[in-house]
Write a protein that binds this ligand. Structure first.
Ligand code: SF4
Length: 434
C-alpha cells in the first residue's frame, strides 16, 4: 500500500471521479433543437440484437443525507401520473428494438418499491407483458428496507427474479447519521423475509460513510457472509461539494488521507469475500461462487461486450453502439415531452473513437482485471493518445499497480483495489509525469 500512497501523493488533482460518464461529458450536446425523426433514426440504427432495459422511478420515501439525487420526496398523487407517462413512452418507442431480445430489466430509481401495491403491480405487469424477454432473463427491482414486507414482496416476486436492496450499512450510528431507518436486527429480519420470496438478492453497501470505522464496515461484510447473501456490491461514498454530509465524512482529513483509508477498507473487504468463496466480477461486485450460474454469466458477458443499454424515465441514460443519450431530468419537462409524443432526450453524444476504445479497455479491466496491449496499439487511438496511454501505464508499472505479463498488463492486488483511480487516470489521459 505504501507504493499506492506515494502514487496518490504525486497526483496534482485529488479529485476522485466515480462516474466515468462525467469524464466524457465535455462532448455532450443538447438535443433540444433536434427533430424527433432524427432522434428516432439514431435509436433505429444503433440498437443491437440483445438489449438491457432500465426504467426509472424518480422518488424516494425519505432522503438519505449522503445522496445527491435531486428528485426528493413526492406524495402518492404524483406516482400514478408518472407511471402512466412512463408506460406511454415505453409503448410508443419499444417498437424501435422489437427485433432485439431483452436480456435484463432493471426497475430502479429513486425507489420503485415505495409505490403502493396496486400501482406497483400495474407498473411491473404492464412492462413485463409487452417485453420480449430471452429465456434466461434477469429482472431486478430495486428496493428499500422500509418496503420489505409480505404484501409488497408478493408483487415483486410475481414479476422479478432478482431484488437489489440499498442497505448501505447495518450499523446503527452510521444509519442515523445518514437519516436511514431501522437497526441491524430489524434489517436482518426483513432481508430473511425477502429471501423467502426471492432467492437472488443483491445488497448494496457503502464505505467511507460518516461514523463508519473500518472495523464497522468489515463487520457488515462478515454479516452479509453469515447471512449467506449471494451478491454484495460495494460503493465508495461519492463526495459532493454541495452536501454537508460529504464534509462530515472527511472528518477533518485531507481527501488524500480519506481516499487512502477507503482504499484500505475496500481491499480488506475483498480479502474477506475471497476467503468466503465469493468472486469479484466486475470489480466492486462480489458474488458467491455457486451463484455464478448461466444467468449471471450472461449478464457479465453482456456487460463485457457492450450490448445496448436503454433507459426510460426522467434522467435515464442509454448506451448504444455509437451514441450516448440522456433523458430529460426535470420530471415536469420530461412529462410534457412524453405527452407531446416526443422522445424526451436531453443530451446526445456521438461517441468519439477515444471513448469507444476506452470503454472496451474499461470493460476488460473491470471483468478480467487486466489491460490488453493490443487494445491500445491496434485500436482507433491516435498516435498521441497511444503515447499518453502508454506513459500512464508506465506510471502504473512504476508504482506496482500493474505488472507486465506477455501481451497483457495484469492488475496487482493494489491495482485491483484501486481500479477506479486507474481508470480515471487512463480516461483523463492527462499524464503529469507522476
Ligand atoms: S433511497 Fe437511494 S436514491 Fe433515495 S435518497 Fe436514499 S440513496 Fe438516494
Amino acid at each position: 500500500m505504501n507504493n499506492f500512497k506515494k502514487y496518490l501523493e504525486k497526483k496534482e488533482s485529488q479529485e476522485y471521479i466515480v462516474d466515468y460518464q462525467r469524464m466524457f461529458n465535455k462532448y455532450d450536446k443538447s438535443a433540444e433543437e433536434m427533430l424527433n425523426e432524427d432522434k428516432i433514426k439514431i435509436f433505429n440504427s444503433d440498437v443491437n440484437e440483445r438489449v438491457n432495459l432500465y426504467f426509472n422511478f424518480p422518488w424516494c420515501e425519505r432522503r438519505c443525507l449522503f445522496c445527491n439525487y435531486t428528485n426528493g420526496i413526492k406524495n402518492e398523487s404524483m406516482h400514478s401520473a408518472y407511471i402512466n407517462n412512463l408506460l406511454d413512452d415505453y409503448k410508443r418507442y419499444k417498437g424501435l428494438f422489437d427485433k432485439s431480445e431483452v436480456t435484463s430489466i432493471f426497475f430502479g430509481g429513486g425507489t420503485p418499491s415505495i409505490l403502493n401495491v396496486n400501482l406497483l403491480n400495474y407498473y411491473l405487469e404492464n412492462i413485463m407483458q409487452i417485453t420480449n424477454l430471452t429465456k434466461s432473463y434477469v429482472v431486478t427491482v430495486e428496493s428499500n428496507i422500509n418496503n420489505l414486507y409480505e404484501e409488497k414482496l408478493e408483487i415483486i416476486s410475481k414479476y422479478a427474479n432478482r431484488i437489489s436492496i440499498g442497505v448501505q450499512s447495518f450499523e446503527k450510528n452510521v444509519r442515523l447519521a445518514a437519516n436511514m431507518l431501522f437497526e441491524q436486527d430489524e434489517i436482518i429480519k426483513r432481508l430473511r423475509l425477502a429471501r423467502e420470496y426471492i432467492k437472488n438478492m443483491n445488497i448494496d453497501l457503502i464505505y467511507g460513510m460518516v461514523n463508519q470505522s473500518e472495523k464497522k464496515f468489515l463487520n457488515d461484510i462478515e454479516l452479509c457472509i453469515n447471512e449467506k447473501i449471494p451478491s454484495v456490491t460495494l460503493y465508495r461514498l461519492e463526495l459532493h461539494k454541495n452536501l454537508a454530509y460529504s464534509k462530515m465524512a472527511l472528518n477533518g482529513n485531507s481527501i488524500l488521507d480519506y481516499e487512502f483509508q477507503c482504499s484500505c477498507m475496500y481491499m480488506k473487504a475483498q480479502e474477506i469475500f475471497e476467503n468466503a468463496g465469493y468472486i469479484e466480477n466486475p470489480s466492486g461486485w462480489f458474488v458467491k461462487k455457486q451463484c455464478t450460474e448461466e444467468k449471471w454469466n450472461n449478464r457479465v458477458s453482456d456487460w463485457k461486450s457492450n450490448k445496448s443499454y436503454i433507459g426510460f424515465g426522467n434522467g435515464a441514460y442509454s448506451h448504444l453502439d455509437n451514441y450516448y443519450l440522456s433523458m430529460i431530468c426535470d420530471v415536469d419537462t420530461w412529462s410534457q415531452e412524453v405527452k407531446k409524443g416526443n422522445i424526451p432526450i436531453e443530451f446526445i453524444r456521438e461517441k468519439s473513437n477515444f471513448e469507444k476504445e476506452m470503454k472496451s479497455i474499461i470493460r476488460i479491466m473491470r471483468t478480467e482485471q487486466k489491460i490488453r496491449k493490443v487494445n491500445i496499439t491496434e485500436g482507433l487511438f491516435t498516435d498521441l493518445e497511444i503515447e499518453k496511454l502508454e506513459a500512464t501505464i508506465n506510471t502504473f508499472l512504476k508504482y506496482n499497480l500493474v505488472i507486465e505479463e506477455g501481451e497483457e498488463y495484469k492488475l496487482t492486488k493494489i491495482g485491483k483495489g484501486n481500479i477506479n483511480w486507474l481508470i480515471s487516470d487512463l480516461i483523463l489521459n492527462d499524464v503529469r509525469q507522476i
